[in-house]
Design a protein around this ligand. Structure first.
Ligand code: GUN
Length: 277
């Protein structure tokens, strides 16, 4: 019988614990977010991050820039934030407009303030199995959720669909560090279903509704849905949840699965970086 991996409840527990810990601090952590342009999804995510920070008494500053902002403006601001003693966590919301080189911007964030864990130093640490200053929030949230339900990773075949720098690639490294056997699939992968059917743990991070269907999964596997898309104004995942549900051992819902875990992980990272400073 399938069980729900309830990210909503676990994230609340994490946030409650963080709230108690932060309440005891004399000085509060400070998260600064850079948001460029008017992408509605990015505005929504940044709004959720700000709300979560406020609830925990984490100071948050959102720096909003117009769509046509040039790269130098952002790089100069990052230089300023890197040396600002009052700021301990920096997040540049992605994607950025096309005139701005995303990789250059990420490289310009001080690794000790890199709350997303996206800088080459943090990603490099993860890939050699060293603790980074911060782990990328969505992969960290996924692993925390699996751990809460005692889902063991050692020797399991974990298949990730999607190779983004935000989710797929760092998650693959983190699963390898936990001794899983990892396969990454992407848009050029041939015979996707043949691979997904061999997954003990299938993680989809594509953003296309119902690309993971019942005939693509192994019976009794664990399904983690990182995808978000909008169907009739409602958020929807990558997995055909209703038809897949009975064939799984554990499955995340959308919403209420990985999404809230990402926010909880971000708040954990803010506190971790604050303690480092
Ligand atoms: N865009 C989508 N997800 C993320 C994330 O986790 N961090 C940042 N900075 N941008 C994103």
């Amino acid at each position: 019988m399938a069980k729900i991996l309830d990210g909503k409840t676990l994230s609340r527990k994490i946030l409650d614990n963080l709230s108690e810990e932060i309440a005891k601090l004399d000085k509060k952590p400070h998260l600064t977010v850079i948001l460029v342009g008017e992408d509605p999804a990015s505005e929504l995510y940044v709004g959720l991050k700000k709300k979560a920070a406020e609830k925990l008494c984490i100071k948050s500053t959102i720096l909003k820039y117009p769509q046509d902002t040039d790269e130098k403006t952002i790089l100069d601001k990052l230089e300023e934030l890197n040396s600002d003693k009052d700021v301990n966590a920096i997040l540049v919301q992605l994607p950025l407009p096309k005139q701005i080189n995303e990789k250059k911007v990420i490289e310009a964030i001080s690794p000790k303030k890199d709350v997303d864990g996206f800088t080459p130093e943090n990603i490099g640490k993860i890939s050699i199995g060293v603790e980074p200053y911060a782990y990328p929030c969505t992969p960290k949230g996924v692993l925390t959720l699996l751990d809460e339900y005692n889902i063991k990773l050692e020797g399991k075949h974990a298949v990730i669909v999607g190779r983004s720098n935000i989710v797929g690639k760092p998650l693959a490294q983190m699963l390898l560090n936990k001794n899983a056997t990892v396969t990454i699939c992407h848009s050029y992968t041939k015979n996707l279903a043949d691979i997904t059917k061999t997954a003990d743990i299938l993680i989809s991070a594509v953003g296309k509704n119902k690309i993971i269907r019942k005939e693509m999964i192994k019976y009794n596997s664990v399904i983690v849905d990182v995808g978000t898309s909008k169907i009739d104004g409602k958020s929807a995942g990558d997995v055909d949840f209703e038809n897949v549900f009975e064939s799984t051992s554990y499955i995340t819902p959308v919403p209420g699965g990985v999404g809230p875990m990402t926010i909880a992980s971000l708040m954990e990272n803010v506190l971790k970086l604050f303690k480092l400073a």
